[in-house]
Design a protein around this ligand. Structure first.
Ligand code: NAD
Length: 443
């Protein structure tokens, strides 16, 4: 949203019974942010967002008091909470925006509560834990005219923007296939843990579980960071890395929802994601693809030796990335902070950037992750201030997340071709539809 449109919208909103927070913030010249989840990625998220000169961190919430201890000295004026529901209620009039960096199963419950209080939201990836939540997040953000951004910071990096321009300009013609992969692994093929361990004194396990079902605490399986391997809390490797690596193909090719999806992996064990998956999506054609577009995601299997991934000069394939395969050649986009490489008839070809005016306008990379990553966070703050638009609002990132999560759900039905009906939000295979959403526990 541009500033003029923002001011017009703000003026219109003053006629409503409530005064939305951006209006107050404009007077104050600072966006007041509360952070939910301050350990792990949350501590980086805090650093990045607070590096903007017009941000004030006013609230910090974590269910583990050790995580709060680590950051509270840096923000001595912020109020501290363990329950985001209490923080949002008590601080409703002191917060303009919320940043959410919790495990995936808590993204939507926390974000939806914040959005219903008219707070702008920066939410970590994947946006949600299931597709129903993604559709709700898109709808609420739109209905309430909120500024939203998903935490896929590489979306704002030079190399990804450059690849998007090159693909749209037709450097390899229409694309008929994309391969995307990571050697990363957020899966677990071992046995389901039995029994329980003492809950650490610093952790409120009931709040950590949040809306998910009750489960005994087990050391080393869930909190911190291991939860991404477990179906009740995370989204496996595809949910973890797919949102980053599939972002450029999804954006550059202007893909919609897939028509079919198939996940080749081990049998579903009811507890955790597989350590190896190959997920194949078929998409309807777009202006940048042939009539049908196939996207193949591979995780946990490296090196990959298929012909479409063989590089010239016997170069080694990057451990994570994507390969666009088009009518006139291939474009390799390593993940991340490396420029795309053009391959034509088995040879590398120099990319003459001067032929692409849009590419010449791109801000040059700092070449330092910490500097380049800030751009995405600052874009969100600037959008809250009415100065610019967000590049990964929920209207975009919710759709990308849905695509990724359809592949995750397909892992419950290994090796089966599932047909997706985007209009009616259902799979043709009716037994799959129960996994599009989940029942929330009252906690
Ligand atoms: N964009 C990126 O590059 C990137 C990188 C890593 C992680 N992430 C994302 O960040 C999120 C967190 O991942 P992580 O690896 O830091 O996990 P983590 O388990 O290491 O940290 C999560 C933090 O949130 C806290 N927490 C858990 N439930 C909470 C609740 N209900 N309320 C408040 N705090 C709560 C935990 O105590 C912990 O401090 C995930 O969504 C993940 O996908 C993004």
């Amino acid at each position: 949203m541009k500033k003029r449109e923002f001011l017009k919208r703000a003026a219109a909103l003053t006629s409503l019974a409530f005064l939305p927070s951006p209006v107050w913030s404009l007077d104050r010249k600072k966006i007041r942010i509360a952070q939910i989840g301050v350990g792990g990625m949350g501590s980086q998220d805090l650093n990045f967002i607070s590096s903007h000169s017009q941000v004030k961190i006013v609230g910090l919430c974590d269910v583990d008091s050790l995580a709060l201890d680590n950051v509270k000295k840096i923000y001595p004026n912020a109020l501290l909470y363990s329950d985001y529901r209490i923080m949002l209620k008590e601080m409703e009039n002191q917060i303009d925006a919320v940043q959410i960096s919790t495990p995936d199963h808590t993204h939507a419950p926390a974000a939806i509560m914040a959005m219903n209080l008219n707070k702008h939201v920066y939410c970590q990836k994947p946006l949600t834990h299931n597709p129903k939540e993604a559709r709700s997040m898109i709808r609420i953000a739109q209905e309430r005219n909120l500024i939203t951004q998903m935490g896929i910071q590489v979306h704002s990096f030079y190399d990804y923007k450059l690849a998007t321009i090159l693909i749209k300009e037709g450097i390899i013609g229409k694309v008929n296939k994309v391969r995307a992969w990571t050697n990363g692994n957020s899966g677990y093929d071992g046995t389901v843990p039995i029994g329980n361990d003492p809950i650490p004194e610093s952790l409120d396990w009931n709040l950590w579980l949040g809306t998910s079902n009750e489960r005994p605490y087990k050391e080393g399986y869930y909190h911190p960071s291991q939860w991404r391997k477990v179906i009740d809390y995370g989204c496996g490797t595809l949910g973890d890395m797919g949102v980053h690596i599939l972002d450029t193909p999804y954006n550059a090719l202007e893909l919609d929802f897939p028509i079919t999806v198939k996940n080749e992996c081990r049998e579903f064990n009811g507890f955790s994601f597989p350590t190896k998956s190959t997920v194949t999506y078929n998409f309807p054609g777009t202006a940048y693809t042939t009539d049908n577009m196939t996207l193949v995601w591979t995780d946990g299997q490296f090196p990959l030796t298929e012909e479409d991934l063989i590089l010239p000069q016997q170069d080694k394939l990057p451990i994570q990335g994507s390969m666009f395969i088009g009518e006139k050649g291939k474009l390799l986009l390593p993940h991340f902070m490396q420029e795309p490489k053009l391959i034509v008839k088995g040879e590398y070809k120099k990319i003459d950037i001067s032929k692409y005016p849009e590419a010449l306008k791109l801000r040059k990379p700092y070449g330092d992750y910490n500097e380049d990553a800030k751009v995405h966070y600052h874009e969100f703050v600037d959008a809250c201030l009415g100065k610019t638009d967000c590049s990964t609002p929920f209207s975009y990132s919710g759709r990308l997340t849905e695509v990724v999560l359809l592949g995750v759900i397909a892992g419950r039905f290994p090796n089966r071709l599932l047909k997706w009906d985007k209009e009616n939000f259902r799979f043709e295979e009716s037994e799959v539809n129960q996994f599009l959403g989940s029942k929330y526990r009252i906690f």
